[in-house]
Design a protein around this ligand. Sequence first.
Ligand code: ATP
Ligand code: MG
Length: 561
Amino acid sequence: MEIPGNDKRSLNFIEAIIEEDLKNNKNESRVHTRFPPEPNGYLHIGHAKSICLNFGLAEEYNGLCNLRFDDTNPEKEEQEYVDSIKEDIRWLGFEWNGKPLFASDNFDQLYQWAVKMIKNGKAYVDDQPQEMIAEQRGVPTRPGVESPFRNRAAEENLDLFERMKNGEFPNGAKVLRAKIDMTSPNMHLRDPIIYRILHEEHHRTGKKWCIYPMYDYAHGQSDYIEGITHSLCTLEFEIHRPLYDWFLDQIAEGSYRPRQIEFARLNLSYTVMSKRKLLQLVKEELVNGWDDPRMPTISGLRRRGFTPQSIRAFADRIGIAKRDNVIDVGLLEFSVREHLNQIAPRVFAVLDPVKVIITNYPEGQSVKMELDNNPENPEAGKRKVPFTREIYIERNDFMEDPPRKFFRLGPGREVRLKGAYIIKCEDYKKDENGKITEIYCTYDPETRSGGSGANRKVKGTLHWVSVPHAIEAEVRLYDRLFMDEDPDGHKDKDYREFINPDSLKVVKNCKLEPSLKSAKPDDKFQFQRLGYFCVDKDSTAERLVFNRTVPLRDSWAKKNR
Ligand code: ATP
Ligand code: MG
């Protein structure tokens, strides 16, 4: 995998457009962007890309970025999502301009504009069912069929539209359509529906409305109302742009128009990204909620131990493109590893412990070994780790009958205990099932740092935890949620068939060095030789719980290539 650098990059195509607009003094040289989530789910890493882009450009050009909830669909939207979206944006380190805005704040204005369009003969009430309307719309290569209601008089349309608003008709009985062009090769211009009847309470406007504008009828107008200069959206909206422009031409007074610019959405390998599917994973309890550390949601990544800096660095690395592509999820993992390497204190944790008894070490003696908290950062200081006669090492760091290239512990072999001594395996004990229960070693007292044998070379260095000082923890080892590179890309198979059955392994009774006793949720560490871990929110003083963020190295790169 190639890791693009962080060096000063050239302008992306959106920055180039903005700089051109600034040069031409367009919109009084204002830069005003917005991030417009629909509050129907939690934000995912794709949204993070859009957040970094919109808020990032506002910062870069001394502009403003609005947060606007596109809440035109009352059926799927919930306050919980609104709250989580705000939390996620702030966590990423951005702040929106003024108060959060809502498309629903504009419902009155949108209604007035619809009335204006009716009066100007640009909209009509259609009594046909929506399925019929869809059928009449036809296909791009052939013109559609005009509705029999298309030429209703403005008076009648006004009366019917008002009665729709007043709740006189049931759901689906009528719609309001824009009167544009049933022969246009752009299907979005074939008299699109702009209002539908929905007797449904809205999370903000309550029972005030029983007709709701379609997203396409609200989005561009909301940009216009807010004075947005550059309206950035993903490529699938390119084909909607003529419709947005048409609406603005019906209502706008002066020459100002928001400029829509489309960019490629983020797709990640081994990941599903659509909110609908993420909701399904949550609802069907295939994961443990929106913030399950295996989810590509921002809250999931946060719980997994990602830092805002690592996500922003990732967004920077992948850049902005005009064509769809798929980013290797390894690049996201690389970004967090890179940041945690700088900031995470090193500690010893043994996940699968086996006991080592150092037979020539005095019983009851405990000496504090001094170890670097972070060799990458001299300011991180040192910590003291107690060493005693009995220690835990990792079970797989010992082999009864090791091959020559195994540089860890085996009968008659020597290893260094990191920050302490060289030990030699003299003997070991097994239970009736052949499982190693104890390993007996001797140590060389001269091999401690500062001793005469301190520089003696052995091939392997192990991490360890003193038995009487060890604290216990549960460790959750996460792996990718999907085993397939493109779980969404199979015609004949559902993405859920590719769920990795080993994506979560819970390891109990792990042994940690005593300095971890005071670790608090969200604290991040490097468990030496194992990976980066953070304290989970399920953790309590009595029961420590850690999540593995990422292993130290990209083990998948080796496994799959
Ligand atoms: P999904 O397709 O995942 O359900 P959405 O596009 O319906 O997402 P919105 O809440 O409408 O979600 O998205 C808010 C903003 O985030 C939009 O401007 C959208 O273009 C952008 N966005 C959504 N998904 C991605 C992505 N994968 N990459 C980049 N931007 C995205
Ligand atoms: Mg959307």
